[in-house]
Design a protein around this ligand. Structure first.
Ligand code: SF4
Length: 365
């Protein structure tokens, strides 16, 4: 992935960090420009669709001045699992048609926060504040946890911090298969390697530059072999003619590749888009099959598939997953109590869902 980078921008303040030096040493020959700070890259007034593609090949080394640790922005009326996000960067070198970050980023680059020493300090401080709480943390909400890890070296620093720590779980979420450099850090029960999955026809049409299904599953089996647990996210779950056969086959391939005992959880989440993102997708990816689909505006302001279709997709997926990966916990991401009830026959509240997920990794207290 790092060979996609064509330009490096460095905030003045980010110049002397070890991660900056490491990245520059690995990307020798790539043009570098030092800027005062990222505010100088203001994109207001510029056509978003035009600069987004360039943003995928420009790396910005910056300093995170706010907290790294943020709560996942759950939505009222939807059941939230209490996930916590570590914002270690923003944007990624892959280019999925449906990526929500397209509407979110304001800097025309892939931002990497190089002050990892502050991140590690922040983690220790938050854990010390309340040792009785259990946290599920992930680095893959604002980017991809593995795509640039060869450059950043972040996971090598993070993984040992979670070893044997009874109150914290780290999820490393990706669409990229390279984790060879991390395998020697296993076994580590508290670290979950997770891959987003979709059928090959969706990967090739909607997930540009991302790894094939086969490579993701192979990487998952390597992680299991090294003593890590794994997880999978069918999110976004995408409707298209023939979806049933395609998803059933994909679930079958997952079951054949990875032992279900090693799977901590599998989430399902139907495609959801903020309305302006749909316009952007039509502009940037006119051949995409998904931007023109029929969707309705949900109470959280996002476009979603009709409830009846979501319920059908979730129920079928759960049926196939129960056969292929009988020991995995399957849950819905950001869905309403009614959809849970109709698709799964029960409705957890946020706290009980969080406890279920935590209990997959940490022994009950
Ligand atoms: S891999 Fe994730 S962060 Fe990267 S473009 Fe795709 S959806 Fe966005």
């Amino acid at each position: 992935m790092e060979n996609r980078i064509r330009r490096i921008l460095i905030e003045q303040e980010a110049r002397d960090y070890p991660m900056t030096r490491r990245i520059l040493a690995r990307l020798k020959g790539v043009p570098v420009e030092v800027i005062q700070d990222r505010e100088a890259l203001n994109t207001s007034g510029r056509d978003r669709a035009a600069w987004l593609s360039d943003a995928k090949t420009t790396l910005l080394l910056a300093v995170q001045k706010g907290p790294f640790w943020r709560s996942c922005p759950g939505t009222r009326d939807y059941i939230c699992c209490g996930y916590q996000v570590l914002q270690v960067g923003l944007n990624c070198p892959m280019d999925c048609t449906y990526c929500v970050l397209q509407g979110y980023i304001n800097v025309p680059a892939i931002t990497v926060f190089v002050n990892v020493e502050d991140l590690l300090e922040e983690l220790e401080a938050r854990w010390a504040e309340n040792p009785a709480l259990v946290w599920r943390l992930g680095t893959g909400e604002f980017g991809d946890s593995l795509a640039l890890d060869g450059l950043m070296g972040l996971n090598k620093l993070l993984i040992p911090r979670f070893a044997g720590r009874g109150q914290a779980i780290l999820e490393i979420k990706s669409k990229w298969p390279q984790l060879f450099h991390l395998l020697s850090l296993g076994p580590n029960r508290q670290v979950i390697f997770a891959w987003s999955l979709n059928p090959p026809e969706i990967i090739s049409g909607e997930e540009q530059f991302a790894a094939s299904l086969e490579s993701r599953l192979k990487a998952a089996s390597q992680a299991v072999g090294a003593g890590f647990r794994v997880a999978f996210h069918f999110d976004p779950l995408i409707y298209f003619p023939g979806w049933e056969e395609a998803y059933q086959r994909t679930v079958g391939r997952l079951g054949a590749a990875v032992s279900s005992q090693a799977i901590a959880w599998i989430s399902l989440g139907g495609l959801r888009l903020l309305p302006p993102l749909r316009q952007l997708m039509l502009q940037r990816f006119p051949r995409s099959r998904i931007a023109a689909q029929e969707m309705v505006l949900a109470p959280d302001g996002k476009l979603r598939y009709f409830k009846s279709l979501r319920v059908e997709m979730y129920a079928r997926m759960r049926e196939w997953l129960t056969q292929a990966t009988p020991e995995a916990l399957v849950y819905l991401c950001m869905e309403s109590p009614r959809v849970w009830q109709e698709a799964f026959g029960f409705t957890p509240d946020g706290q009980s869902l969080a406890r279920l997920l935590d209990g997959r990794v940490l022994p009950r207290r």
